[in-house]
Design a protein around this ligand. Structure first.
Ligand SMILES: C[S@@+](CC[C@H](N)C(=O)[O-])C[C@H]1O[C@@H](n2cnc3c(N)ncnc32)[C@H](O)[C@@H]1O
Length: 211
């Protein structure tokens, strides 16, 4: 099923604009803007990055905006976050995708670095895309975050990752990320310090994570 023009209108005219308004009115800009940057990219590049029937996982989904847009664009979506966030995430995702999406999204716990093989076995989980917005900032789980990208990413998986540069820590994370993945900047908003990256696993022998 192709997206109908009304679904496109919904994306452009209602969902993204509502979120944009929330950002400007509540000053929640830093995080949500990164999600908006990724959503805008997905919608405006939907031919090159065709999500119809693709398997997408979002990590650190928060309010679920990226998962909702990926779902409205036709993907099988798994939206993930910490257990205490799942109620709100499930509510948002359901409310914005029910009877609008081709495939009903799934909402699932994924605490970075924890029980990855148990909950997302490498042998049976294959994601075409891993999406992440505003997951790199001052928190103590950057090692676990990198482990999670590493666990979920197959050779043909594309990572789309929006991030805002605030502190030196973020630059260091990008350096570490690049030991495992080839990184390409696909969109950049210097005035907001926000960059959208595409990444794929390095095709050489799998680099190992530092201990
Ligand atoms: C700044 S918010 C970004 C939310 C959303 N991606 C967005 O752009 O609006 C960071 C998200 O990462 C999640 N997060 C933080 N630490 C985590 C961890 N250790 N495991 C899983 N999710 C985590 C938070 O619960 C939160 O939803």
């Amino acid at each position: 099923m192709d997206l109908t023009s009304s679904q496109h209108n919904y994306l452009q005219n209602e969902l993204l604009q509502n979120w944009w308004q929330i950002c400007s009115l509540t000053n929640l800009s830093a995080g949500l803007l990164q999600a908006l940057v990724l959503c805008y990219f997905l919608e405006t590049n939907s031919k090159q990055y065709n999500l119809v029937d693709k398997n997408v996982i979002e990590i650190g989904a928060g309010t679920g905006l990226v998962s909702i847009v990926a779902s409205l664009l036709g993907a099988f979506v798994t939206a993930t976050d910490l257990p205490e966030l799942l109620g709100n995430l499930r509510h948002n995702v359901l409310r914005n995708t029910k009877l609008k999406s081709k495939h009903q999204p799934c909402v699932k716990e994924l605490s970075w670095g924890i029980d990855l093989e148990k909950n997302f076995p490498r042998s049976s989980c294959h994601f075409d895309y891993i999406m992440a917005a505003d997951v790199v900032y001052h928190h103590p789980f950057l090692d676990e975050l990198l482990l999670t990208f590493d666990h979920l990413c197959k050779n043909d998986t594309v990572i789309l990752w929006a991030m805002k540069f605030r502190l030196e820590k973020e630059n260091k994370f990008v350096d570490r990320f690049q030991t495992l993945f080839d990184l390409e900047m696909i969109s950049n908003f210097p005035s907001l310090n926000i960059t959208l990256y595409k990444a794929m696993r390095k095709d050489s022998m799998k680099a190992s994570l530092p201990n």
